[in-house]
Design a binder for this molecule. Structure first.
Ligand code: G
Ligand code: G
Ligand code: MN
Ligand code: NA
Length: 250
């Protein structure tokens, strides 16, 4: 309750910010885009993790203004980069199913001038199970604008394969729980290889999430994996930390 009250004021008080985490091409090391991750600095509690406040925001409906804030801020930010890199924004089920979500995405793109091809929306599988027919319709409208859709945390939800077929995904993000043991657990390695094969077969690029150790990256380099994200490559940070990348000097 208290958290909900404080969260209600967070936007107007300027307590929200976005940390950006680079997504890197596995073979070349080039940065191809950034994931936008919401951050909240509470005046008394300090940094509160989105793992804590996003569920509160979803229950209270506050995720709608918060999500709109993130979408607009991330698109505005990316529109200002000299380098034409992509930006990925996490969208929760509540946002996806809210009336007018595709129109909101279109309006924010028009307002910020960001090329729709540079925006990617990340959705977890749990966001899709509520009302499949409706979720398909919403995602297809978003796809038709040119915005890409990534399936986030792949492998942790359920009926992943049916979802891959039903929804217009342009990217698969393999959950970090598989990546973290890819060099030590043969089952993880087999699963990651299978997902990479799935991506190749479906012609959908795969991103490995949560790469923390050189051994994990070495494994991915030996496979057909398009991109990777994780602390080994870069931690989520204020965009100023990546000025040389966004300005096109790297
Ligand atoms: O960045 P971090 O590890 O703190 O994120 C924790 C969780 O919060 C992750 O599941 C991440 O996807 C989610 N998250 C981060 N930013 C956003 C956001 O802007 N919107 C939504 N819906 N979830 C977010
Ligand atoms: O659910 P989603 O994949 O959107 O969550 C992204 C979360 O993963 C963010 O909270 C981000 O801070 C976190 N993250 C990014 N890279 C790593 C990593 O290498 N290791 C771990 N443990 N978390 C990471
Ligand atoms: Mn994500
Ligand atoms: Na993820």
């Amino acid at each position: 309750r208290l958290l909900e009250h404080d969260l209600r004021n967070a936007i107007v008080r300027g307590e929200l910010s976005i940390a950006y985490q680079p997504q890197v091409e596995v073979q070349t090391g080039d940065v191809v885009g950034f994931e936008a991750l919401l951050r909240w600095r509470h005046p008394a509690r300090g940094a509160v993790s989105p793992a804590i406040f996003v569920p509160v925001a979803e229950e209270s409906g506050l995720i709608l203004p918060l999500g709109e804030w993130v979408l607009r801020a991330a698109c505005r930010e990316a529109a200002g980069w000299k380098a034409l890199l992509s930006v990925a924004v996490n969208v929760s089920a509540v946002q996806l199913h809210a009336p007018g979500f595709p129109e909101l995405v279109g309006a924010v793109l028009a307002e910020t001038g960001l090329d729709p091809e540079r925006l990617e929306i990340e959705i977890t599988e749990t966001a899709l199970i509520k009302d499949v027919a409706r979720a398909v319709a919403v995602l297809e409208r978003i796809r038709s604008i040119g915005v890409r859709i990534a399936m986030d945390d792949f492998g942790t939800g359920y009926s992943s394969l049916a979802n891959l077929r039903a929804f217009p995904f342009s990217k698969i993000k393999v959950d970090r729980s598989f990546i973290q043991s890819v060099d030590t657990n043969p089952q993880s390695a087999a699963i990651v290889r299978a997902v990479l094969g799935l991506g190749s077969g479906l012609d959908v690029p795969v991103v490995a999430e949560g790469v923390e150790r050189p051994e994990e990256l070495a494994f991915l380099r030996g496979e057909i994996c398009q991109s990777a994200q994780g602390y080994l490559l870069a931690r989520p940070s204020p965009i100023e930390m990546f000025a040389d990348i966004t300005s096109g000097h790297i």
